[in-house]
Design a protein around this ligand. Structure first.
Ligand code: NDP
Length: 498
């Protein structure tokens, strides 16, 4: 990407690319090469957000009355356009977020999967009919859009998370105001271009870039916005949920994680190792489903640690645009500072630094936010590094005497997003599935990811409100209306009790 020619990207409101009313812009840099400017974006204010809400109200009038299968056609068209732009979109993700290009390509695929799945819902969108208790009466349910919906997303999946909110919201007939993370607005701009080219009517999907405290807050506070779909930190999500509740808004908030893997003595060690190394250090640990804790049964602990350190030491670190790279830079200076701070905290708390622990410098490393994959052992569940989300390439390892103790450690955090156990014992696997406190549970697989036709989300501080994706996406993005039709020819005695 050229550093000399900087493109200024605009907001998209009412089908027009427009500047912010503030007249201000900000720049985004490549986290692997900070001298490369990804682009310039609008520093929007609450006024821009409210203009977008007004435009969305107009778009809603058209879109809500478009039959769902016809809405699906627009999403299918967008899917086709995205399919033509996959390489470009993967590069955009890597250049603005920093993740390895293979992870970015996987993210594009994930976005395409959800668009395909959501479009398919256009021919389902089921209600149900049921016998009425009264004669000559028909009773059934239909789904209706919520209205104007605010979409607020984080930087770590700049394409997939917006796609897995926007496509479901659109198929249900809503009009949207989309506020992407300030750190990664280029993928968002391109996603809007794709929907524009696909023929989405003006006002149905609006984009406003700029600070969450301004643009996001305005969406939460506007009474014209009927629902918010948020993914981000537990801190912001908790506040957003409380403020939305005061205004009786529907909210889904997907938030942080502190995901644990349990390795039992009978585990397939090779399989476990692959899942853990990828789970902990893939995408530089900046996935909400990343593995940040491993709890190993006593009997295999020494063997496990030796293999874990050996595998981790072989990871290549560099600019994610190079396909041979395993671990790329953190997404920003503040991410790097936070990770280094936690490495310091872990050391002070008395955990043992078994691998890594340093920021990388010299040569190309001076250009980006590089931190070594880091492993702490001798970690106890009450340490901060054991409880708090670090969101970087830092793995904490615990020892447990049996499955019961391992599950207790796994459940000892406030988060509850994803978890995994490696064992060949089906009885132990089921004991784990039935007692571990996370929204997504894996057996003999990494804590990462999920499939778009299954619900995605967490318990406790990891998530609140209806799950994303799967059939629950329609439940969140639509209202259920109950209809009673009296088709009797004559007036009759009719009684309902409520
Ligand atoms: P933040 O909570 O900082 O930001 C998320 C979004 O909220 C951004 O668009 C941000 O805008 C916006 N925002 C910030 N302040 C406000 C506010 N007061 N009102 C409304 N919106 C606001 O999270 P990050 O972007 O740092 O993302 C990382 C977090 O996301 C991690 O905790 C991670 O675990 C979580 N995450 C959870 C997932 C899940 O499904 N459970 C999936 C992926 C990530 P701005 O960028 O301008 O600050």
């Amino acid at each position: 990407m050229a550093t000399t020619q900087i493109t200024t990207h605009k907001n998209y409101i009412g089908g027009q690319w427009v500047e912010s009313v503030t007249g201000r812009t900000y720049q985004v840099h490549n986290p692997a090469r900070t001298d490369q400017i990804v682009g310039e974006f609008q520093t929007s204010s609450a006024d821009d957000a409210l203009k977008a809400v007004a435009a969305a109200k107009e778009g809603l009038a058209i879109w809500a009355n478009t039959p769902a299968p016809a809405r699906a056609n627009v999403i299918y068209k967008a899917l086709e356009i995205l399919g033509r732009r996959t390489d470009e979109m993967a590069q955009t993700i890597t250049i603005e977020e920093g993740k390895p290009i293979s992870d970015a390509a996987g993210e594009v695929k994930r976005a395409m999967n959800i668009m395909e799945y959501a479009a398919g819902e256009g021919r389902r969108m089921f209600g149900y009919t049921t016998p009425s208790e009264l004669p000559n009466t028909v009773a059934y349910t239909v789904r209706r859009p919520l209205g104007v919906v605010g979409i607020i997303t984080p930087w770590n999946f700049p394409l997939a998370i917006p796609a897995w909110k926007i496509a479901p919201a659109l198929i249900c007939g809503n009009a949207l105001v989309f506020k992407p993370a300030s750190a990664t607005p280029l993928s968002a701009v391109k996603l809007i271009e794709i929907f524009e080219e696909a023929g989405l009517p003006p006002g149905v999907l609006n984009l406003v870039t700029g600070p969450g405290g301004q643009v996001g807050t305005a969406l939460v506070e506007s009474t014209d916005v009927k629902a918010i779909s948020f993914t981000g930190s537990t801190e912001v999500g908790t506040e957003l949920y409380a403020e939305s509740a005061k205004r009786l808004k529907k909210v889904q908030a997907e938030m942080g994680g502190k995901n644990a893997v349990i390795v039992l003595s009978d585990a397939d060690m090779d399989k476990a190792m692959g899942g853990i190394v990828q789970g902990a250090f893939g995408s530089t640990g900046q996935r909400c489903t990343a593995t940040s804790r491993v709890i190993v049964e006593d009997g295999v602990y020494d063997q496990f640690m030796a293999e874990l350190i050996d595998r981790t030491s072989k990871l290549t670190i560099g600019d994610g645009i190079d396909p041979s790279i395993d671990v790329s830079p953190l997404a920003s200076q503040s991410q790097k500072d936070k990770v280094m701070e936690y490495i310091g905290i872990g050391t002070e708390e008395g955990a043992k630094l078994a691998f890594g622990g340093h920021a990388l410098s010299g040569g190309d490393y001076d250009q980006g936010y590089y931190v070594e994959p880091t492993i702490f052992t001798d970690v106890s569940p009450d340490m901060r590094i054991a409880k708090e989300e670090i969101f970087g390439p830092v793995l904490t390892v615990f020892k447990a005497k049996d499955l019961k103790e391992a599950i207790d450690i796994s459940n000892s955090v406030e988060f509850g997003l994803s978890s995994s156990v490696y064992t060949k014992d089906i009885t132990k696997a089921y004991e784990y599935i039935n007692t571990v406190e996370t929204g997504m549970v894996h057996v003999n697989a990494s804590t990462l990811g999920g499939e778009v036709h299954l619900p995605f989300g967490g318990l406790n501080s990891s998530g609140v409100g209806q799950r994303e994706q799967g059939t629950s996406m329609v439940d969140f993005f639509s209202e259920v209306i109950t209809v009673y039709i009296d088709h009797a020819a004559e007036v009759s005695e009719r009684a309902r009790f409520i």
